[in-house]
Design a protein around this ligand. Sequence first.
Ligand code: B12
Length: 212
Amino acid sequence: MIDLKQVTQLVGELDEEQVMSILENFVASNPTEVDAQNVVGACQEGMAVVGDLFEKGEYFVGDLIFAGELLSEAINILKPAIGGGVTSTVGTIVLGTVHGDLHDIGKNIFKSMSEAAGFEVHDIGIDQSVEAFVEKVKEVKPNIVGMSGVLTLALEAMKDTVDGFKEAGIRDDIKIIIGGNPVTKEACKHINADAFTTNAAEGVKICQSWVK
Ligand code: B12
């Protein structure tokens, strides 16, 4: 059995070697999807520890960069266990991190999980302008738009983006889900999104309910 608290602690301590060794053994044990998603959650909590230490001045930007690389590597190891096996497309998602925000680890986790659940995902990347979202939606006509952001500032960028969809006359053609650490029920209402989550697995379930 994997010790989730230990995973959180080791990610918080940026102990790359131990984290990778534990995750490799975990994946080799043929875990269930739910167990793998819990490990993603434990890693996410570890990143919150990194964020707290950064705020306290104990970690620096270099540590944030290292933490980002560590988590991306961790998710690559976990990917085969996170889910999969669905071969037919259940729906289409346009996904991106909103303008001003360069964080993409959470977005990439949601992308992997939704692809594993059978969604065709068009990932437009980080720091994406309102126009880039609008153009992509016009091009691929998705069922769903997923917007990611971890900075507090991202919430206003998400609102700008939804306003952009409205101005382009395409808001009612899509469902919008927002994700990332700062999203809340209140923010979701303010932004005029249809759903919010700080958990990628929950996000996938919400998207599945929209395309049923
Ligand atoms: C790693 C990191 C970085 C890395 C990012 C690397 C990368 N490739 O993403 C780098 C070094 C680039 C970075 C830069 C900065 N960062 Co930074 N960073 C972090 C850190 C430690 C972890 C973020 C993370 O990956 N978390 C783990 C993931 C898995 O969690 P998540 O994003 O929430 O995603 C999950 C869910 O929310 C959901 N999800 C996410 N997106 C989506 C989308 C959809 C559609 C759905 C359905 C679900 C979903 O699924 C995921 C899995 O469950 C956070 C601390 C924290 N508490 O988050 C600070 C943090 C976000 N950073 C912060 C800051 C201040 C900065 C910098 C300004 C630092 C600086 N002085 O330069 C810059 C800003 C750059 C910019 N313009 O964006 C602050 C933000 C403060 C604020 N309130 O706005 C934080 C909170 C740290 C802190 N406590 O001070 N950072």
